[in-house]
Design a protein around this ligand. Structure first.
Ligand code: KE4
Length: 426
């Protein structure tokens, strides 16, 4: 494939946009390639500016579960736009979207719509701190919850419990209230509660991690977090920005029958438009302004065009219930990939849950960030570049998740497996 136009467009972009991209991972730095520039997308396909077509398994980092340019979503969005694009005044469609979320998530009585997953997480944590009048938050190493200052915290010194800023510009003071524990490590969380019990406002977790690659919770792990939070009067926050409406219409919490106190959502609920949401029990959500005193606001929160896309997406998911087919197709794809790589003697692991998976070039079980970090990222880069050359677009990072959409068919999976068969390690 030739990418002359993308290469030139990247040069132009870098003159006026930091790194040439509006989100770092899009720069393809970790896969040793230069980014392609997309002209359009339809169904499972991306089309770049050089006329190359790719089967897309990144799906805009998750939102495009119905495939690109879904005709019903486009039709609803066009109708909404014809009536104006933003009022900054309530609309009944916002209530309808909130009602759909409340109906899908038993742990959610009320929802506040915002414009990104980051905003949803920021709001959830402020709410938890306001309600509990405590400052500390436990997060898990390898989980990503948006670029909120106090979530940009990496494992600090000692037993990696006290957070240290993971980015310049995050004051140490902001990080000192963020505690860290390894994913799937109950004992580490118990130790933090033993040490800081009445200072911990919340535990926030991706109930199925997607940001260290796909890492499911070990049996009993989430239930244990639930009981530790209840016992210590801390709030349990499930960050389901990726998993909400991806792994089932009610997210991981419904699949695993666990009720968090707060849930953050995003991606799929906007159907490809900027949206986020924070939801939870009425007794907590009523503390949010203007009903309560915990402040939160947003010019484009609940924007009618974004809400129209979200309603069109969730309505189709509710009607079609595509999850069993998405799961079986993803299982089939992952089975084919592992068969192919095993036949080549290439060490790898595939973590999959529902239609979300990650291929790790690694020979150990991946259960947390430490094990994920031992993956061969150079080999992942080789694999990414090979698949891209064969017309298959994967997430441009070893530490992200792949997704299928309802627009992917067996034929697309066959083409993908044919490409994987041609992979040669160097
Ligand atoms: P946004 O602010 O990017 O809408 O959402 C932040 C966020 C919150 N919580 C979880 C579990 C998330 O995965 C994300 C964002 N996901 C990344 C990719 N895994 C977005 C891609 C990017 O940063 O460009």
């Amino acid at each position: 494939m030739q990418n002359r136009k993308s290469a030139q467009l990247f040069k132009n972009a870098k003159k006026v946009i930091p790194g040439g991209v509006n989100s770092p991972v899009r720069a393809f730095q970790s896969v040793g390639a230069k980014p392609i520039f997309i002209e359009k997308a339809k169904g499972p396909f991306l089309y770049d500016e050089d006329g190359n077509r790719y089967i897309d398994y990144c799906l805009s980092w998750g939102p495009m579960i119905l495939g690109h340019a879904n005709k019903t979503v486009l039709s609803e969005v066009k109708q909404a736009m014809a009536k104006g694009t933003s009022y900054g005044i309530p609309t009944c469609q916002e209530t309808q979207l909130a009602e759909m979320v409340v109906e899908a998530f038993p742990a959610i009585d009320k929802v506040r719509l915002v414009s990104s997953g980051t905003e949803a997480v920021m709001t959830a944590i402020r709410l938890a701190r306001g309600v509990t009048e405590r400052d500390m938050v436990i997060k898990f190493i390898g989980c990503y919850h948006g670029h909120v200052d106090h979530m940009l915290v990496s494992a600090g010194s000692g037993l990696m419990t006290l957070g240290a800023p993971s980015s310049p510009g995050v004051p140490r003071d902001f990080a000192k209230n963020t505690l860290l524990a390894p994913y799937n490590n109950v004992e580490a969380v118990e130790k933090l509660f033993a040490k800081y019990a009445d200072r911990i406002a919340a535990v926030i977790i991706e109930p199925v991690a997607g940001n260290m690659g796909t890492v499911p919770p070990k049996p009993g792990f989430l239930k244990k977090l639930r009981s530790l939070c209840t016992k210590n009067k801390s709030l349990l926050i499930f960050d389901e920005v990726i998993s909400g409406f991806r792994l089932g219409f009610g997210g991981v919490q419904t699949l695993m029958n666990i009720k968090p106190d707060l849930t953050t959502l995003g991606k799929i609920i906007g159907g490809g438009f900027p949206i986020g949401a924070v939801g939870g029990k009425a007794s907590i959500m009523k503390k949010l302004s203007p009903e309560g005193t915990v402040y939160q606001a947003g010019t484009l929160s609940g924007n009618p065009v974004c809400v129209a896309a979200g309603l069109a997406t969730l309505s189709q998911l509710k009607k079609q219930n595509p999850y069993p087919k998405l799961e079986s197709m993803t299982e089939c794809l992952c089975g084919g990939i592992t068969q192919t790589l095993s036949a080549k003697g290439i060490e790898h692991q595939i973590n999959r849950i529902g239609s979300m998976f990650t291929l790790f070039f690694n020979d150990i079980e991946i259960t947390d960030y430490d094990s994920a970090a031992k993956s061969d990222t150079d080999r992942y880069g080789q694999y990414f570049r090979h698949m891209l050359e064969c017309g298959v677009y994967l997430p441009p990072s070893q530490f992200e998740a792949n997704f299928l959409s309802t627009a992917h068919t067996e034929r697309h999976l066959e083409k993908t497996l044919a490409a994987a068969k041609k992979f040669r390690v160097r």
